[in-house]
Design a protein around this ligand. Structure first.
Ligand SMILES: Nc1ncnc2c1ncn2[C@@H]1O[C@H](COP(=O)(O)OP(=O)(O)O)[C@@H](O)[C@H]1O
Ligand SMILES: [Mg+2]
Length: 501
C-alpha cells in the first residue's frame, strides 16, 4: 500500500511543507478519531473533480463503519459533493453520504485542512448514528473536544508545527482524559483519569480545581500552554506511582494572535511498567551479586583447606589437599567471571587463561619449565556448562604437566586448542612431553582426576573424550612442536552445545 507521502507526490503538486503538514496530521489523528468515536479519512483534491483518499483511521473508542481499506481509491459521488462544498465555502460542512459497504447512508463532516492560509486537503469524520444509545457525559465532552480540534485543523493550528514529539509512546484517549480550561482548572475527568488520580492520592472531586491545587502535572501543562505545543512528560508522582502525561493545548486563532482556550491532558498510569523495568535491572544486578558471594565463599573454603594442607607432613596428603584447593578455585573462577559480566553466559576463552595460570602456579621446579598457551575461540557458554567444563580442563592441564613433564624431564609446552561450530565445541589439550603409555585405557583409568573428568563429560556435559599419543601431525595442527612421533599426548573433547559467538 502506498504511503500518504508517496500518494501526494504521485498525484498532486503539493510542496514538501504541505505534504509534511498532512503527514503530521496523519501521525496525530488517532487521537482525533478517538475523541469523535468515528472513522476519519483524508481526501486530497487531485484535479477539477477527483478526490483521492490518502489516509484512513479508525477510532479505538468506537465501532468502525469501514471494514476495508479505502486508501488509494477515489471519493464517491456523494462524498465529492460535500468535499467540493467544503472547499467552496471554506468551512466545515456536514451532510449525508451513501456508503456502498453498508448499502445505506452515513453522516460525514468535512473539515478543511489549512496550511499557510490555503486549503490543501479535507479531513472527514464518517459515522452512522446509533439511535439506541443516548450519549453520556463522556461522549458529549469528547465531541466538544473534537470540534475544538477540528476548528484548529481548519485554522491551520493542528497538527502542531515544529518538533514532533514521538506521539507513539504518548498516552491514548482510552488511557485517561482530563479536560482543562485556560487556567488549567479541571472541567472533566474520564473514569480512567479519575482512577489514575486516585492512585496519586487525589480522592476528592477534582472538578473545578486547578492542576496546581491537585499537585498533578502542573508544570507540564503550563509548559504546553506557554509553548502552544504538546508536552510529553513522565511524572514520578510518588515513589509508587509513575504517570505518563501528554498535555495538549487547545488553540484559537485571533486576529493576529493565537489564544490558548484550554487543554487536554492525556494520562496513563505506567507504574507497573516502570516497576518491572526496575525489577529487571535489579534482577541482573542481584544475580551478579550472588555469583560474587559464591566466589567469595569458595575462596574462603580454599583458604581454609590450604591452611590445613600446610599442617600436614605426608607429601601424598599435601598433594591431595592442594589438588582440592585447585578444583575449588576453578569453580570460584567461573563465578568470578559471571559476577563481572551481565547475563548468564561467558566467553569461555576468558576462563581458560586463568585456569592455565592456576596450574602454572602449582609448578614448583624451575628445572623443567613449561609454557602454556591457548588458541582459538570457544564462543560463549552458559554457566551450567562452563562450570563443569572448567573443572575438566583443570584436570587435563594438571595431567599434561604431571605426566607429560614429570620430575627429571626437560619441560616443554602445553596448548589448549578451542574451536566451535553451530552445535559442537571441540577442545584439545596437547603437550609435547612424555607420551601416553601405549596400553593406557581411558575407560579403565582409576585415578581421581580422570574419574572426575569421565563423570562430568559423560553425565553433565553429554560429550565424548579421547586420549591418545600425539603424532607429528598433531604438532602441526595444534601449534605445539613435536620433535618426533610418539612424543606427547593429545586429549580431545567434543561437547554438544549451542555455542553463540
Ligand atoms: N596427559 C597425560 N599424559 C600421560 N599420561 C596421562 C595423561 N593424563 C593422564 N595420564 C595417565 O592417566 C592416569 C590417571 O590420571 P588421573 O586420573 O588424573 O590421576 P593422577 O593424575 O592422579 O595420576 C595417570 O596416572 C597417567 O598414567
Ligand atoms: Mg591427574
Amino acid at each position: 500500500m502506498p504511503t500518504l507521502i508517496e500518494l501526494a507526490h504521485e498525484h498532486t503538486e503539493l510542496e514538501q511543507g504541505a505534504i509534511e503538514h498532512l503527514a503530521a496530521l496523519v501521525s496525530e489523528w488517532g487521537m482525533l478519531a478517538d475523541f469523535c468515536f468515528a472513522d476519519m479519512l483524508l481526501y486530497i483534491p487531485v484535479d477539477k473533480d477527483r478526490w483521492l483518499i490518502s489516509g484512513q483511521v479508525r477510532a479505538a473508542t468506537g465501532q468502525t463503519l469501514y471494514h476495508s481499506d479505502y486508501v488509494d481509491t477515489w471519493a464517491s459521488d456523494t462524498e465529492r459533493i460535500l468535499l467540493d462544498k467544503c472547499i467552496k465555502s471554506d468551512a466545515t460542512v456536514q451532510g449525508e453520504i451513501f456508503v456502498q459497504a453498508i448499502n445505506g447512508t452515513a453522516n460525514m463532516v468535512a473539515i478543511p485542512v489549512r496550511y499557510e492560509g490555503r486549503i490543501i486537503a479535507v479531513l472527514s469524520r464518517e459515522w452512522v448514528v446509533d439511535n439506541a444509545r443516548r450519549p453520556g457525559q463522556l461522549e458529549t465532552t469528547y465531541a466538544d473536544i473534537f470540534s475544538k480540534f477540528a476548528e484548529m485543523v481548519a485554522q491551520g493550528l493542528f497538527p502542531f508545527e515544529g518538533r514532533v514529539a514521538d506521539a507513539s509512546v504518548a498516552p491514548r484517549v482510552g488511557d485517561g482524559v482530563i479536560v482543562l480550561d485556560a487556567a488549567t482548572r479541571v472541567r472533566y475527568a474520564s473514569p480512567n483519569a479519575v482512577s489514575a488520580l486516585h492512585r496519586v492520592g487525589v480522592s476528592a472531586n477534582a472538578i473545578g480545581q486547578t492542576l496546581a491545587e491537585l499537585g498533578v502535572a502542573e508544570t507540564a501543562a503550563r509548559n504546553a500552554y506557554e509553548r502552544k505545543e504538546p508536552v510529553i512528560e513522565e511524572i514520578e508522582q510518588t515513589t509508587e506511582v509513575t504517570l505518563l502525561t501528554r498535555s495538549i493545548p487547545l488553540l484559537r486563532q485571533l486576529k493576529d494572535d493565537i489564544e490558548v482556550t484550554g487543554g487536554v491532558l492525556l494520562l496513563r498510569d505506567v507504574s507497573e511498567l516502570r516497576r518491572r523495568d526496575r525489577l529487571l535491572l535489579t534482577k541482573d544486578a542481584t544475580i551478579r551479586e550472588i555469583h560474587h558471594r559464591v566466589k567469595n565463599n569458595l575462596q574462603t573454603i580454599s583458604s581454609l583447606l590450604r591452611l590445613q594442607g600446610r599442617r600436614l607432613t605426608s607429601p601424598e596428603a599435601k598433594e591431595a589437599v592442594a589438588e582440592s584447593v585447585r578444583r575449588i578455585r576453578t569453580i570460584a573462577l567461573v563465578h568470578e567471571t559471571l559476577s563481572r559480566e551481565p547475563g548468564e553466559d561467558i566467553s569461555f576463552i576468558e576462563i581458560v587463561r586463568p585456569l592455565m595460570r592456576l596450574v602454572e602456579e602449582g609448578l614448583q621446579s624451575a628445572d623443567r619449565p613449561v609454557t602454556f598457551q591457548a588458541k582459538g575461540d570457544g564462543g560463549r557458554l552458559p554457566a551450567t556448562i562452563a562450570t563443569p567444563l572448567s573443572v575438566v580442563i583443570l584436570e587435563l592441564l594438571q595431567n599434561a604437566v604431571d605426566h607429560g613433564f614429570p620430575e627429571g624431564s626437560a619441560g616443554g609446552a602445553v596448548m589448549v586448542v578451542l574451536s566451535h561450530d553451530e552445535d559442537e565445541l571441540q577442545i584439545q589439550v596437547v603437550n609435547n612431553g612424555i607420551a601416553l603409555s601405549p596400553d593406557f585405557d581411558f575407560a579403565k583409568a582409576t585415578g581421581l582426576g580422570l574419574s572426575i573428568v569421565r563423570t562430568l563429560v559423560t553425565t553433565e556435559l553429554a560429550g565424548t573424550i579421547e586420549m591418545r599419543q600425539a603424532t607429528q601431525a598433531d604438532g602441526v595442527s595444534s601449534g605445539v612442536a613435536m620433535t618426533k612421533d610418539g612424543q606427547g599426548t593429545v586429549v580431545e573433547l567434543r561437547l554438544p552445545v549451542l555455542a553463540r559467538s
